[in-house]
Design a protein around this ligand. Sequence first.
Ligand code: ZN
Ligand code: ZN
Length: 589
Amino acid sequence: MGKNPAAKKKQDADFIATLRHSAAHVMAQAVQQFYPGAKLTIGPSIEEGFYYDFDYDGTFSPDDFPKIEQRMREIIEKDQPFVREEISKEDAVSFFIERGEPYKVELLEDIADEQVTLYRHDDFIDLCRGPHLPSTGGVKAFKLLSVAGAYWRGDERNKMLQRIYGTAFPTQKELDAYLTMLEEAKRRDHRRLGQELDLFSIHEEAGAGLVIYHPKGALLRFLLEDFERREHLKRGYHLVVGPQILKLDLWKRSGHFDNYKDYMYFTEVEGQEYALKPMNCLAHMLIYKSGQRSYRDLPLRYFELGRVHRHERSGVLHGLLRVREFTQDDAHILCRPDQLHDEIRAILTFVKDVMAIFGFSYELEVSTRPEKSIGNDTDWEMATKALMDVLKEEGLAYDVNEGEGAFYGPKIDVKLKDALGRRWQCATIQCDFTMPERFDLSYIGSDGAKHRPVMLHRVILGALERFIGILIEHYGGAFPLWLSPVQATILTVTDRNIPYGEQVYQRLRAEGIRVEQDFRNEKLGFKIREAQVQKIPYMLVIGDKEQETGTIAPRRRDGTDLKGMELERFLASIQDERQIPEAHSSKRR
Ligand SMILES: [Zn+2]
Ligand SMILES: [Zn+2]
């Protein structure tokens, strides 16, 4: 009998985390041997490896990595056992004071338990919950990757530490595959491609985390928006638009102020306080409340490409992936409790259809009630059960993320996997019994009495900024034809061909093709290379032969030379490829 796959997956993940954390101890030992006086802080395993933060007066440099790695190999070769020791907190405090490790002492002060554990290998001892591998020899394939600054406890008021990142895998083969992927990811970095393809920029003088779309980037975004509007209309959503700022009192009523104010921007005009919306829910609820609703009116699905502001700490901002202003493809569905399952199911189908268009596979996670939250236990249980029930009914596997839900309800998170196998959080479906209560939303049931609707908050692509960042890296900038800001460029061979080139250009423009012209007096090979760097899907070459025969010679950006053909034939051949695709609904039951 095979093992339960979820349990197996968890076991593998635990093993990798233990392996990496053990590598972090080995690295810390090596670092302290080379840099006496480097003080230990924390050194956890993370999703793709591990790090250790040190307080050190000098500067660590990646140039030192080879010698640190060499020392690590020596420690691994010695195959020292990791020994767990339980001692009283008091003893641990004196121990670390004596060893000159003040950060460990500070960490100990936050621990409530009377007994704590230390892990020792060789002469290296760390305050640590464990677990660890049996011995250092278990660390096999590892690599140090980078150095970065990091504030102690992530707080910019604290001292800046130096963080060394590394990774470790059970085998060299897995490590090599990961390093190759990292190289490819660097090549596809959306910040770099965003500049090379002239899609967007972010300016410190305008504000960190605020994206400025250049013409090609804006066009890319509009194409996605067109796609979204059509898909939502097809699925029975209403398009709505809410204001950018709403009165502060409303945010207090919704619970946002109490639970979310650290991420919000506030403003005051004529003595009236407002908040910039960090979420789109409130206006949608006011639309619902603007009329008397009957059970026959439900479900009501309000969709908005809603621009929101959230104050993220400057340290976490990252290109398009983590920003302070972004647009969500956000919808709020108000339905009767008996419609809840069908609505959740339809959203899951929607996600599936849309992700297939972009070639993403994905995994599902259910996030449960966080510490900071509103609502009562019964509602939270009901909402969580509804989400899990549908996943079970649909036979979909999912992981559980304890305590990672939104403050108003549990959610299904969709983690999509890009062309490099990296995971990204995009779509989410949140089930909420609380907000309708707070805003006293109701409908008249078939029994003539007032009832409370349930609210689903959901996004499909998530934040467009982030999704575009992911798309840029997923496609390496070579967008499919329908999404390419420039679909074709016309390259003349000599100046003689310019008038004919102009004719072709006009014909394509009239056809709605997004076309550019390169009529410069440059070598054809040079022009082709430039167009390839710009990832333009089609290059239409025009020389004397094409001019005489009234044809064009198209090439694809991958170098494929299509045979010379008449322009009309070329247009017919890309007809399907250039249409905004339809997300074909997989059959609903
Ligand atoms: Zn440890
Ligand atoms: Zn919402």
